[in-house]
Design a protein around this ligand. Structure first.
Ligand code: AMP
Ligand code: ZN
Length: 478
C-alpha cells in the first residue's frame, strides 16, 4: 500500500507522490515569536517531526523549511488590530527585534529538548521583505492586487477558487462579520499584502508604495517559494489556518506563478485545555516548558504523538499519567533487552535479518503510518513488538544474535516516533559522577544521601526515576 495522506484541499486521503521522485519539499508555518511556545504549539511541531521522520524512514530526502513570524501578524489574524510583536515589545519596553530574538532562542531550546529535528532552513520574515515586495509587485502587474489609502490588497474576486479550501463561497464571505468592511476594499474578504505605515510605526521598510510592512500571509508565500520553489509537496499548519491564512497563501501564490502552490495541504488539530483552544493571545495556555518541568521531555513528547494528528487532544493530568505508563513500558523493554544481552555477553550489533515475527510487526507499523500517519496505531504495534521481545527474555532466548537483530528493528521503529532515550550520551562527567555516588548510596541503603542527590539533579533539569528493573535518568532541560 502506498503512503496515503489526507489532503485538506480535496478532503480525501490521496496516495503520496512528490513532484520530484525521492525528494519531499515541506513547509510548515512557524511560530509568531512574541511569547513562549505553549504545549499546543509543541503538539503541532511534534506532529510535523514524526511526519518528517517517517518520510525519511521511507527513504525520502526531506527539505523542510519553517519560518519565524517576527512582523506583520496582527492581533485578530485578519487585517485589523496591532502587530502582535510590536504590542508585546512596547509592554515590555524592549525593541521588537530583541523580543523576537529571545522567543526564537526559547522556542529552539524547548523544541530541541522535545527532540523535534530542526528544519533545514528557518527564515525570519523581517529578513525577506524584498522578496515579499517583489511578489506584491507581481500581483499588481498581473491585476490581482490593488492599492488603497491603507495598503495593497489582494482582490479575491479575481481568483475564482478562493473559497475552495475553507469551503466558503465568496457570497457567504460577504456577510462574515469577522471580515473588515473597509469601503475602499472591493470585497470584504480582500486581504492586505502590504500595509502602509505612519512615522511612529517601529518596523517599516521602503517600498514602491511608500513606507510600510508586509501582511502576515504574503510572508509564508515569499519564504516558502524562495527556498522550495513554486510548488511545494507538503504545506502544514494548525487547523486554524484552513479558514484564512492558507486560502490567502494559496490564492496569492498561484495568482503570481500560475502554478499549483501545494500538492498536499496538511492540518494538525488543536490541543485544548478544558476543551478550549490554547491561545497565546487570550493568555489561557500552559507553556511547553512547564509540562516538561513536570513530566520530563521524553514523556511530554510521547504524550504529544499519542493521538492522531487530526484528532483534537484535551490536556489533562490523567492523559499525562497514561503517557508516562506507556512510555515507561516501552523503555522498560529497552532496558530489559539491553541488560539481558549485556549479562549474557550478547553481540553489540547484528547483521542478521530480523525474524519473521519481528518483520510482521514492522509491516503492521508501516501499514499504520502509511494510513495518514496513524501514530496511535503505530504505538499499539510497538507495544505488541515490545511484549514479543519481553517474552523472548522470559523464555531465556539463546539466539542472542537474533534477539539483537530484532531489537535493532524495534529501535528503528521507535525512533520514527522519537522514542529513543539516550540519557548517558548527553550527561556530563560531573553529573555522571553524582549518579554513580547515588547508586552507591542506594546500595548502602543511605536513602537520605540518595534522595538529596536526586533533588539536586532535579534542579539541574535531570529527573531520576527508580524502577524495579533499574534507574533511569531523563533530561527535562537541555
Ligand atoms: P502561532 O504562533 O500561534 O501562529 O502558531 C504557530 C503554529 O501552531 C500554527 O501552525 C498554529 O496553527 C499552531 N497552533 C496554535 N495554537 C495551537 C494549539 N492550541 N494546538 C495546536 N496547534 C496550535
Ligand atoms: Zn504560514
Amino acid at each position: 500500500m502506498p503512503l496515503m495522506i489526507y489532503n485538506t484541499f480535496t478532503r480525501k486521503k490521496e496516495p503520496f507522490e512528490p513532484l520530484t521522485p525521492g525528494v519531499v519539499r515541506m513547509y510548515t508555518c512557524g511560530l509568531t515569536v512574541y511569547d513562549y511556545a505553549h504545549i499546543g504549539h509543541a503538539r503541532t511541531y511534534s506532529n510535523w517531526d514524526v511526519i518528517k521522520r517517517y518520510l525519511q524512514y521511507k527513504g525520502y530526502e526531506v527539505i523542510h523549511v519553517q519560518n519565524f513570524t517576527d512582523v506583520g501578524h496582527l492581533t485578530d489574524d485578519a487585517d485589523q488590530g496591532e502587530d502582535k510583536i510590536i504590542k508585546r515589545a512596547r509592554e515590555r519596553k524592549v525593541h521588537p527585534m530583541e523580543l523576537a530574538d529571545y522567543y526564537i532562542e526559547e522556542y529552539l531550546r524547548v523544541m530541541d529538548a522535545l527532540k523535534i529535528k530542526r528544519p533545514n532552513i528557518m527564515p525570519r520574515a523581517t529578513g525577506h521583505v524584498p522578496e515579499m515586495i517583489e511578489l506584491v509587485n507581481k500581483l499588481i502587474k498581473k491585476g490581482f492586487a490593488y492599492e488603497t489609502s491603507r495598503g495593497i490588497y489582494f482582490d479575491v474576486q479575481k481568483f475564482p477558487t478562493y473559497g475552495k479550501m475553507s469551503g466558503l463561497k465568496l457570497e457567504e464571505l460577504k456577510s462574515d462579520q469577522r471580515l473588515e468592511h473597509d469601503p475602499e476594499k472591493h470585497h470584504p474578504a480582500d486581504f492586505a499584502l502590504w500595509i502602509k505605515a505612519d512615522k511612529s510605526h517601529i518596523m517599516q521598510w521602503p517600498s514602491p508604495w511608500g513606507w510600510g510592512y508586509p501582511g502576515w500571509h504574503i510572508e509564508c508565500s515569499a519564504m516558502s517559494m524562495k527556498y522550495l520553489g513554486e510548488t511545494l509537496d507538503i504545506h502544514g499548519g494548525g487547523m486554524d489556518h484552513i479558514a484564512l491564512h492558507h486560502p490567502n497563501e494559496r490564492a496569492q501564490s498561484e495568482a503570481a506563478t500560475g502554478k499549483q502552490f501545494v500538492r498536499y495541504w496538511m492540518h494538525s488539530a488543536f490541543l485544548t485545555i478544558d476543551k478550549e483552544k490554547m491561545s497565546k493571545s487570550t493568555g489561557k495556555f500552559i507553556t511547553a516548558q512547564e509540562v516538561i518541568d513536570r513530566y520530563g521531555a521524553e514523556i511530554t513528547r510521547f504524550y504529544l504523538i499519542s493521538a492522531h494528528y487530526r484528532t483534537t487532544m484535551d490536556f489533562s493530568e490523567q492523559a499525562m499519567e497514561q503517557a508516562r505508563e506507556g512510555y515507561l513500558r516501552l523503555i522498560g523493554t529497552m532496558e530489559a533487552v539491553e541488560s539481558y544481552l549485556q549479562a549474557n555477553n550478547g553481540p553489540l550489533n547484528a547483521d542478521l535479518e530480523p525474524s519473521e515475527e519481528a518483520k510482521k510487526y514492522q509491516q503492521q507499523f508501516e501499514e499504520a503510518m502509511d494510513d495518514d500517519f496513524n501514530t496511535p496505531r503505530a504505538l499499539a504495534v510497538l507495544h505488541q513488538f515490545s511484549s514479543f521481545l519481553n517474552s523472548k527474555i522470559k523464555k531465556k532466548e539463546e539466539n542472542l544474535e537474533q534477539l539483537r537483530a530484532d531489537y535493532q528493528l524495534f529501535l528503528t521503529l521507535a525512533d520514527v516516533l522519537a522514542i529513543n532515550p539516550q540519557p548517558n550520551d548527553k550527561i556530563d562527567p560531573y553529573v555522571k559522577l553524582l549518579l554513580n555516588i547515588r547508586q552507591e548510596a542506594r546500595k548502602n541503603k543511605n536513602w537520605e544521601l540518595a534522595d538529596s542527590i536526586r533533588d539536586e539533579l532535579q534542579q539541574m533539569g535531570i529527573k531520576v526515576e527508580d524502577h524495579p528493573w533499574g534507574t533511569i535518568y531523563l533530561l527535562t532541560k537541555i
